[in-house]
Design a protein around this ligand. Structure first.
Ligand SMILES: CC(C)(COP(=O)(O)OP(=O)(O)OC[C@H]1O[C@@H](n2cnc3c(N)ncnc32)[C@H](O)[C@@H]1OP(=O)(O)O)[C@@H](O)C(=O)NCCC(=O)NCCS
Length: 140
């Protein structure tokens, strides 16, 4: 597990829609509407956020899952000025601990790794899907 710098606090509270949208946008992820943010927050299986000493929410991550065996890590984001301090690792470790606590062994945890996250995910045991099985997507 990761430790957080002094004064930072890890929580299982979801962010508000304003924090959610700002975290995605300022960390370089695609912007989402208010309605998309509401759905993401209400529909998450679990969330983790990190609050800075100032009280501002500065990092987040969530899992979309069925509670049984399939879990998708999403919305991993840390404000650029707070990156590299272990916040993302603390969020991911807490999300994975929740899966291990609530799901039977053998749960499938998946994510799409953007380049900034690859090292973090690899350090926690994530592996590329097999070369003959590629991710596919559709934007509606
Ligand atoms: C991915 C992200 C959430 C990591 O958050 P973080 O708070 O910086 O994470 P940590 O400080 O816990 O660092 C975790 C690891 O990632 C590495 N790392 C941090 N920022 C990085 C960056 N910008 N590029 C490459 N590696 C980075 C750290 O070196 C660390 O590895 P180490 O422990 O082996 O040194 C953050 O970089 C981010 O918000 N990126 C932009 C948004 C994004 O692409 N999110 C989706 C990723 S799928």
């Amino acid at each position: 597990m990761s430790g957080l710098p002094d004064g930072y606090r890890l929580s299982d509270a979801a962010p508000g829609t304003a924090d959610y949208r700002a975290l995605r946008e300022r960390s370089g992820l695609s912007p989402k509407t208010e309605g998309q943010a509401r759905g993401a927050i209400d529909g998450a299986w679990t969330f983790r956020t990190v609050t800075a000493p100032s009280g501002e929410v500065v990092a987040m991550g969530r899992i979309v899952g069925d509670g049984g065996w399939y879990f998708l890590v999403a919305d991993m984001a840390t404000y650029p000025e707070h990156q590299g301090r272990g916040l993302g690792a603390a969020v991911l470790d807490a999300l994975l601990a929740a899966v291990r606590e609530h799901a039977e062994p053998g749960a499938y945890v998946t994510l799409t790794a953007d380049p900034p996250g690859r090292r973090l995910y690899a350090s926690r045991g994530f592996e590329d899907v097999a070369p003959d099985r590629t991710g596919m997507w559709l934007l509606t």
